[in-house]
Design a protein around this ligand. Structure first.
Ligand SMILES: [Zn+2]
Length: 549
């Protein structure tokens, strides 16, 4: 009896003392390793959160004594980081990919046909769309043709988009329905850079870059309900990896409206920095609205496609492709149009974020940017991918302050064939993330999902070891261009937030910023082999959006 009385007294005393503790908080996360990601790389034990913001970060006792929280979370000595941002991804394309036929990792044309048959048996679509095939995984260098596809689907249009999004395979039914061959043949100026492949005078069904437009424009939308389900799934996948923000690289006007609806319905809580495609509708809208915020959606940039990809030999090079004589690739948007977009961006305070893969394109874009910049020196205009750059042009990044936005997994995915395309000499300025970082002082890091996996730990491994998730190649691909773990983490946090003008809300765990953070299941360390890792708990603006439990 005496013992329980003493227990009761001490219990009351503790209770009273916590009532008298100064300030109230929604959450206190303690007993963790809280990585602030500020300039000096401070690490604390605890963090207090209220109304979506960080109240304070500090030592265990300091935070526990000062705050009385609705909920205490013991981080069990786990790493706590600012939520990761994927600085270049495609949520809409990923959702569509999930609803179509998944052809990623297909090891042969026949396997692709089997997957198509299975899918159609289940879904009975009137228009079949698939994506993710890559003939280099079938040990073929040349593109496939559509003969077997025609046999399997004589009356249903089928559109199969290559993994890089720069080529597609259409069956004859779709070629006929879209009239793409005639359209492209009769209007070459409208489809500059694009082409349809032929074999023995007959179209093979392969359509490259701009020539894909007549087909892409007629692809029907999936039902809204299915899209919403897919986007919810993607958001959970991202939260599970500790990703709390995405720089969505290319939105139409109707996609922006749709994302706003998802935000209003509280389906979408991910931070989204949406880059607008330079369509007439978007340009008109941007001129009227300028820098625009709708809850967790921020719009202040245009995404421009300047050239194609290296895989489909569409990237625009200064000298001929090493594996195709007299072929240089091509621009997919003409110079005048890009200059026009640049001057609009300059006028309305938008960033111009341009997809540039080839060395010729990178040089051209740096020049277009340079001549468009007005008095504003804090423009943060970006080059997305910045993949092959002449060493002599790399200094321009330093001079102009143009921001490289790179995807380290691309380097290790392309390792098997890129030397065929561009030869050993041009590899010196390819996937040169360390050089770019040293020049510019910052890089933004993303994955380009769904071309690559959303897994940021593959990105970390590719960036710091220059290896893929199978730990290949042994010595690392272009190993001199590796960056450190800390630099990679900054590319996904602090520097990514700077690349989107969000450094005042996001990117570090400092007082007053959004309580957007992740507790990771395993320690984040520089390993020499790929180490999967996942979120233990993810918060966005002080709201728990994901937990392993
Ligand atoms: Zn992309």
């Amino acid at each position: 009896m005496k013992i329980s009385f003493a227990f009761l007294v001490s219990f009351l005393l503790i209770g009273l003392s916590s009532c008298f503790k100064g300030e109230s908080a929604d959450y206190v996360i303690h007993n963790g390793k809280v990585h602030v990601m500020d300039l000096d790389g401070k690490i604390f034990d605890a963090i207090a959160i209220k109304d979506g913001k960080i109240l304070e970060v500090g030592a265990e006792r300091q935070i526990l004594n000062k705050y009385s929280a609705d909920e205490y979370i013991d981080a069990q000595m786990k790493d706590v980081y600012p939520g990761f941002t994927d600085a270049h991804g495609h949520i809409m394309a990923y959702a569509k990919q999930k609803l179509g036929v998944d052809l990623l990792e297909c090891r042969s044309y026949d396997e692709m046909l089997v997957r198509l048959e299975k899918y159609q048996g289940k879904h009975q679509r009137e228009f079949i769309i698939g994506g993710g095939w890559d003939q280099s995984k079938w040990n073929k260098t040349e593109f496939p043709s559509n003969e077997d596809l025609n046999e399997l689907f004589p009356n249903t249009p089928v559109c199969l988009i290559r993994v890089d999004g720069h080529a597609l395979l259409a069956n004859d039914c779709l070629l006929k329905k879209s009239n793409v061959i005639e359209e492209v043949t009769n209007n070459p100026e409208k489809y500059v850079g694009g082409y349809c492949e032929y074999k023995d005078g007959k179209p093979t069904g392969i359509i490259v870059d701009n020539a894909m437009n007549p087909i892409l424009e007629m692809i029907p939308d999936y039902p809204k309900k299915e899209m919403t389900q897919a986007i919810t799934q993607i958001q959970n996948e991202l939260f599970g990896y500790g990703i709390t923000g995405v720089h969505e690289a290319g939105l139409t006007r109707s996609e922006v409206i749709y994302l706003e609806q998802l935000i209003d319905k509280e389906v979408l809580s991910l931070d989204i920095y949406g880059m607008l495609l330079p369509t007439d509708k978007n340009i008109e809208w941007a001129k009227k609205n300028g820098v625009y915020t709708h809850e967790n959606l921020l719009i202040r940039s245009f995404k421009v496609f300047a050239d194609g990809g290296l895989g489909s030999r569409g990237a625009f090079l200064k000298a001929s492709y090493s594996d195709r004589h007299d072929h240089f690739g091509h621009l997919v948007t003409n110079v005048e149009k890009m200059q026009e977009i640049a001057s609009i961006c300059e006028k309305i305070g938008y960033q111009m974020n341009t997809h540039a893969i080839g060395d010729s394109t990178n040089r051209l874009i740096l020049e277009i940017y340079e001549s468009a910049f007005g008095k504003n020196t804090d423009h943060r205009w970006r080059i997305e991918h910045a993949q092959v750059i002449s060493p002599s042009d790399i200094d321009l990044f330093e001079k102009s302050g143009v921001f490289p936005s790179v995807q380290p997994t691309h380097a290790v995915s392309d390792q098997h064939w890129v030397i065929d395309r561009i030869g050993a000499d041009r590899l010196k300025g390819a996937y040169a993330y360390n050089t770019l970082l040293q020049k510019r002082g910052m890089i933004a890091i993303g994955t380009d999902f769904p071309i690559e996996s959303t897994d940021p730990f593959r990105t970390i491994h590719a960036a710091i070891n220059r290896k893929n998730s199978e730990n290949k190649p042994m010595g690392g691909f272009l190993i001199n261009e590796k960056i450190t773990l800390d630099e990679c983490l900054r590319g996904m946090t602090t520097w990514a937030s700077y690349a989107s003008f969000q450094e005042n809300q996001l990117g570090t765990l400092e007082k007053g910023k959004d309580a957007t953070l992740v507790i990771f299941t395993r320690p984040i360390e520089a390993h020499t082999t790929y180490q999967p890792n996942f979120s233990y708990m993810t918060f966005i603006k002080g709201k728990k959006v994901y937990s392993v439990e």
